[in-house]
Design a protein around this ligand. Structure first.
Ligand SMILES: [Zn+2]
Length: 366
């Protein structure tokens, strides 16, 4: 293609989409809608395919403008680090256009999700794209069960569920399995973001954000738009609760519930013993009461230790965590006082009885 033809193609594409060949959302004050942002990426990729010279948004003017006015990217893109899939180039955009996250295998773990949240919430991009690509080395390594070292096993472990799902769909050969896994891995990252980011879910529900999957072919340069996640409605309905569960979930959550249950039963028993039936309490004698108190404290202490460990693991939830610990703790202290008094009184009576018995015995003997 000669240069003149390139420019004509670029101009034609720009005209049909009504937006300058440089791409980017700085032209309108309001910013693009999710679908507009998507069409900008699509037209950018068409300019890239047409071999259009570099984006006009790489100009000195654009650089100075974005440095001064701040960034207003129109899309957040989570892509792979593969050198053959450079995001700004394949979307034919420049400085200040994309909020880009690149990580091997385009996986979505805490840091990537945090970066995505910064893009969609703080910078307010109306579009989030998770972009996989053909011949992805990270996905291929998992499919082939390649031996990986250092911190790579932890990274590729995020891809394992995607490959497992692709295998379940029964693909005939390894090449087909790799392709299916790359596709599943895009869905995997989207569902990971939606399952762990209530913030992203909220924006999507409000219609302020669209989340789409896409595949880049490193040989043809084309992008296959996969659209929204097939289970998006279900994922949105779950409201990113797994992200919240990281602070409150699993065994510690059960421990909190068990602690509340144990305290309730224990305090009810205490109330009954102290207020309604003091005779039963006195029949328990010193040792009986001592062990009753000890057992109660031991169970409550174990439960509270579990809750404490759980709270220590979830930073940022300290406010509610402290409240949760302080309320049972104050009740425990109150009853510790009552028990101490009761045990002390029993001990006194026990010694008094013993002394009287001994005096009676010695009186009888003399
Ligand atoms: Zn890759």
């Amino acid at each position: 293609m000669d240069p003149m033809k390139n420019i004509l193609v670029a101009a034609a594409l720009s005209l049909t989409l009504g937006f300058p060949s440089g791409g980017g959302g700085h032209e309108s004050a309001k910013g693009p809608s999710p679908d507009e942002a998507l069409s900008w990426l699509q037209s950018g990729n068409r300019r890239f395919l047409a071999g259009t010279p570099l984006s006009t948004n790489l100009s000195l003017e654009r650089r100075l403008d974005t440095a001064k006015a701040g960034q207003r990217p129109f899309a957040t893109v989570l892509g792979c680090s593969d050198s053959r899939a450079p995001l700004e180039s394949i979307f034919h955009v420049g400085v200040g256009d994309l909020f880009a996250v690149r990580v091997a295998g385009n996986v979505a773990d805490t840091d990537e999700i945090g970066t995505v949240e910064y893009g969609v919430e703080h910078l307010g991009t109306p579009l989030l794209v998770v972009l996989g690509h053909s011949s992805c080395g990270a996905v291929t390594a998992v499919v082939k069960g390649a031996k990986v070292e250092g911190s790579i096993p932890a990274l590729v472990s995020k891809i394992v569920p995607a490959v497992a799902r692709a295998k379940k769909a029964s693909t005939p050969d390894e090449a087909a399995l790799i392709q299916a896994s790359i596709r599943e891995n895009v869905w995997q990252s989207i569902s990971e973001i939606l399952r762990r980011s209530p913030l992203t879910v909220e924006l999507a529900k409000e219609g302020k954000l669209r989340i789409v999957g896409a595949l880049y072919r490193i040989d043809t340069g084309e992008i296959e738009w996969m659209g929204n996640h097939p289970d998006e409605a279900k994922l949105l309905a779950a409201e990113g609760k797994e992200g919240k569960k990281e602070g409150h979930g699993g065994i510690p959550w059960l421990a909190s519930l068990a602690l509340a249950g144990v305290l309730f039963v224990w305090l009810t028993a205490c109330f009954y013993l102290f207020v309604s039936d003091r005779r039963l309490l006195s029949r328990l004698k010193f040792r009986g009461r001592f062990f009753l108190a000890l057992a109660g404290f031991a169970v409550a202490a174990a439960m509270m230790a579990l809750v404490a460990v759980h709270q220590a693991a979830s930073i940022g939830e300290t406010g509610s965590g402290l409240a949760f610990l302080i309320s049972p703790l104050s009740v425990l202290l109150l009853f510790a006082g009552i028990y101490t008094y009761s045990v002390r009184a029993s001990l006194h009576r026990y010694i008094k009885e013993m002394r009287e018995k001994w005096m009676e015995d010695s009186a009888a003997n003399s």
